[in-house]
Design a protein around this ligand. Structure first.
Ligand code: GDP
Ligand code: IMO
Ligand code: MG
Length: 424
């Protein structure tokens, strides 16, 4: 049985928690897109892990962890993550594989990300400054890209880096009047990346297909969320990868038809970090209530997340483009104490009602939300382990979301811990 967990909103839906829970029954856990812009939180007892590149299955001792071709690997972050886990006696020796074809995020990517964002002023995208856009741009441009396999031939890499850094320095000086970077420094760092990461570097496509032939069960872990997808999200306020379920086959080299189940993860409300349209945003005391109760501050950047009501139009779109089979609805506990809860069922744009999410930001920015209001509940539900023990109003809220999205909600999150998970 192979499954894929994918975010149905603008990221931070609780993918890390769900992947950790499901990883108990998986042989292999795979990160297939994005980079260290992701921050996936896993809570195990009193320990809290924030993973940026390692699949969330890493915190368990057993599953094999794979980072495939379309991930952009920031070696500094990855090495730090491996070391942090080692300090907690969780070793990745013999159970981490990184694709030789994955692209490498280097310091000039992060610098370019930061300089561009600063120069855009109020028009900035609000990126995580992890060098994601510049690294994917180099991948698409091809001539100045560095892949993991390039770390194998340091002599060749040295010459290549000199060419790339010369080019980057011209841009830094001309566009941003910024200090040049040193190709030698980057090369020295690459030597240490080669030492530390080449032992893990293989052809992951071959490995995954052999594993499937051997009957292993694979769990694919999406990063970001469907609405941040480069081609299908709210462009330009998106990330630079295919972060919807559509990115899984291209990103991993495993066709979608080899995956038995696509599980979409959504919060019982909506959050967004960074700029861009957000129709159900509650920039008021409701949003504040959700942010404080839900601890809605970025795992990667610490930024306060924008909060709003559940948007069934947006989630249904992510379900449709991802052929999602079932939904994990997280943070139900966060909504306790609200007298009424709203669900956006329809948008009105230029006087016309639509239930199909427009990814075009100009149209989306004009969307007025038509809400259904359902009664809330006061009881804390963080100890509830059975659907039938939830307050009736919470049960009804879940059933309404199922009706709106047309998909069963088979997992419900009532807190960050593993056992705070209801299965139906
Ligand atoms: P991801 O990027 O999708 O993995 O999500 P993040 O880890 O960035 O953000 C989700 C946050 O919510 C983390 O702090 C989790 O520990 C926490 N969390 C996950 N599920 C639940 C839940 O059902 N209830 C509550 N209260 N917290 C949750
Ligand atoms: P996880 O995997 C939430 C957002 C950034 C910004 C936009 C572009 O934890 O759900 P980028 O650095 O990718 O160029 O930034 O995308 N973003 C995320 N928001 N969760 C994430 O990942 C995100 N990864 C990127 O805030 O708006
Ligand atoms: Mg996150």
């Amino acid at each position: 049985m192979n499954s894929c967990v994918v975010g149905l909103q603008w990221g931070d839906e609780g993918k890390g928690k769900i992947v950790d829970v499901l990883a108990e029954h998986s042989d292999i856990v795979v990160r297939y897109s994005g980079g260290a812009n992701a921050g996936h939180t896993v809570v195990v007892g009193d320990s809290r892990f924030a993973l940026h590149l390692l699949p969330s299955g890493a915190v368990r001792q057993m599953p094999i962890c794979v980072i495939t071709n379309a991930v952009v690997v920031d070696p500094d972050t990855l090495i730090k993550e491996i070391d942090n886990l080692a300090q907690k006696n969780i070793t990745l020796n013999n159970r981490l594989f990184i694709s030789e074809n994955a692209h490498v995020v280097l310091d000039y990517h992060k610098k370019e990300d930061q300089l561009r964002e600063e120069s855009l002023g109020k028009n900035k995208l609000g990126t995580t400054i992890r060098g994601i856009g510049p690294c994917y741009a180099d991948k698409v441009g091809r001539s100045y890209a560095v892949r993991m396999a390039d770390l194998r031939d340091l002599k060749k890499l040295k010459a290549k880096l000199q060419t790339i850094v010369d080019y980057k320095n011209k841009i830094f000086a001309a566009l941003y009047n910024a200090e040049p970077i040193s190709a030698d420094n980057i090369f020295e760092k690459c030597k240490s990346y080669a030492d530390k990461l080449l032992p893990f570097t293989i052809d992951t496509t071959e490995f995954l297909h052999k594993s499937i032939a051997d009957g292993k069960s694979i769990l694919f872990e999406g990063a970001q969320g469907s609405l941040l997808d480069l081609d299908h999200g709210t462009f330009p306020f998106v990330t630079s990868s295919n972060s919807s379920a559509l990115g899984m086959p291209a990103g991993s080299g495993v066709p979608a038809k080899m995956v038995d189940k696509f599980i979409g993860v959504a919060k019982a409300y909506t959050t967004r970090v960074g700029a861009g349209p957000f129709p159900t945003e509650q920039d008021n005391e409701i949003g504040q209530y959700i942010r404080e109760r839900g601890g809605e501050y970025g795992t990667t950047t610490g930024r306060p997340r924008r909060c709003g009501w559940f948007d069934a139009v947006a989630v249904s779109y992510a379900v449709t483009i991802g052929a999602i089979d079932s939904i994990a609805l997280m943070h139900l506990d966060t909504l306790a104490g609200l007298k009424n809860i709203k669900i956006c069922r329809t948008y009105k744009i230029d006087g016309k009602e639509t239930t199909f999410f427009p990814a075009d930001t100009a149209r989306l920015s004009k969307a007025e939300c038509i809400y259904e209001t359902v009664p809330g509940w006061d009881e804390e539900i963080t100890e509830v382990s059975n659907f039938n023990d939830l307050p009736l109003n919470a049960q009804n809220f879940i059933c309404r979301i199922e009706e709106e999205t047309g998909k069963p909600i088979t997992i419900i999150g009532v807190g960050p811990k593993r056992k705070q998970t209801i299965f139906r």
